[in-house]
Design a protein around this ligand. Structure first.
Ligand SMILES: [Cu+2]
Length: 156
């Protein structure tokens, strides 16, 4: 009899523990590309992991940015083109990287230029998890061409 009661509480305990961990979203490498003051648009990059369950990134709103969209990069007729997407699917436990070659947070209409080293606060919205505020570090980044150039130099 005693054993059975004890077992019941153990089950209840582990059930509660997994429930509280369900909304876990982990974010790393959060940065936003520094642009010349004349360019009112930029892009944000980060790695997102939904640790406990399948989820999806549905949108973002960044401080001092008129519109933030989720974009992907597609090849069309030999050209790389950006397209808005409704959602970025996050499989449980699998990190999804928003990087220069694919998904990104497209920020349009910056109220003020972003200076290198500054942090930009963005609220991310998810299908399941509670909204999450993350800080993106403003960083200088090479263009695609510059990256390709660097690769060439490695061979010397
Ligand atoms: Cu874009």
């Amino acid at each position: 009899m005693f054993k059975r009661v004890f077992g019941f509480f153990l089950l209840l305990g582990s059930g509660l523990a997994s429930f509280s961990a369900m909304a876990d979203i982990e974010v790393s490498d959060a940065k936003v590309r520094a642009m010349p003051p004349s360019v009112p648009n930029t892009a944000g990059y980060l790695v997102i992991t939904s640790t406990e369950r399948d989820d999806a990134l549905l949108g973002a709103q960044c401080e001092g940015v008129k519109t933030t969209e989720l974009h992907t990069l597609l090849e069309e007729g030999g050209l790389m083109k950006m397209r808005p997407v409704e959602a970025i699917e996050l499989k449980a436990g699998q990190p999804v990287a928003l990087t220069q070659g694919g998904y990104h947070l497209m920020m349009m209409g910056l109220a003020n230029p972003l200076n290198e080293g500054q942090e930009l606060s963005c609220e991310l919205r998810f299908r399941q998890a509670q909204p999450l505020t993350v800080l993106l570090t403003v960083s200088k980044m090479g263009t695609e061409q510059e990256d390709a150039h660097h690769h060439h130099h490695h061979h010397h």
